[in-house]
Design a protein around this ligand. Structure first.
Ligand SMILES: Cc1ncc(C[n+]2csc(CCOP(=O)(O)OP(=O)(O)O)c2C)c(N)n1
Ligand SMILES: [Mg+2]
Length: 185
């Protein structure tokens, strides 16, 4: 499975729900797949995307909230999994694109390349629905459940890294304002 294919599968299943993307590859691929006001791109804030998504999910319980995380980023904020489990937001779908590397900084292998299993950590943290997938087909099946059934969901997808699109010309301030307005319109 490739990250852009997974992102397209997600976009095919949402309308105006928020999607919050990890810094680097996830942000770049989401931007190039579809620019939409409900996309929130994170820049520099490595590790924080699951925490930001949890905050949005708690603030907007009427909306399903999607997070696209990376393995390296989640590894530096593992406590977020326990906090998600404790808060138990039924509307949060946390997707982890696990390419076993810190791709953005040169492809250094992360701990998942040597056996650390983020799905098992999510499960042991108490998250209600955790699925680990490796194929696009299984990812789509997992998404179909996550879109239609209460969460919180954590979907860990083993992906192959084939690079990402160019850094998009996003204004951070404009992105934030447009994203915020999707909650008041
Ligand atoms: C606190 C902090 N440390 C390091 C960086 C540099 N950095 C930016 S992206 C990245 C790798 C992210 O890895 P992962 O979440 O697995 O995403 P991938 O690049 O593999 O898609 C690193 C180390 C940063 N932005 N912030
Ligand atoms: Mg990675």
């Amino acid at each position: 499975m490739l990250r852009p294919d997974g992102i397209r599968a997600l976009l095919d299943r949402v309308t105006d729900e928020p999607i919050i993307a990890n810094l680097g590859s996830a942000t770049f691929d989401l931007y190039h797949a579809q620019q939409r006001d409900a996309n929130f791109y994170t820049w520099g804030a490595m590790g924080m995307v699951s925490s930001i998504g949890l905050g949005v999910a708690l603030a907007a319980p009427e909306k399903k909230v999607y997070v696209i995380d990376g393995d390296g980023s989640l590894l530096m904020n593992l406590g977020s999994l326990g906090t998600i489990a404790r808060q138990n937001p039924k509307n949060l779908v946390h997707i982890v694109m696990d390419n076993q590397q810190w791709a953005e900084t040169g492809g250094q292998p992360t701990h998942t390349s040597t056996g650390t299993d983020l799905a098992e950590i999510a499960r042991a943290s108490g998250i209600a629905h955790v699925i680990r997938v490796a194929s696009l087909e299984d990812f789509e099946d997992a998404l179909d459940h996550a879109v239609n059934e209460d969460g919180p969901w954590c979907i860990v997808a083993d992906i192959e890294e084939h690079g990402h699109g160019a850094r998009p010309p996003v204004s951070v301030e404009e992105n934030l304002l447009r994203f915020r307005r999707t909650f008041t319109d």
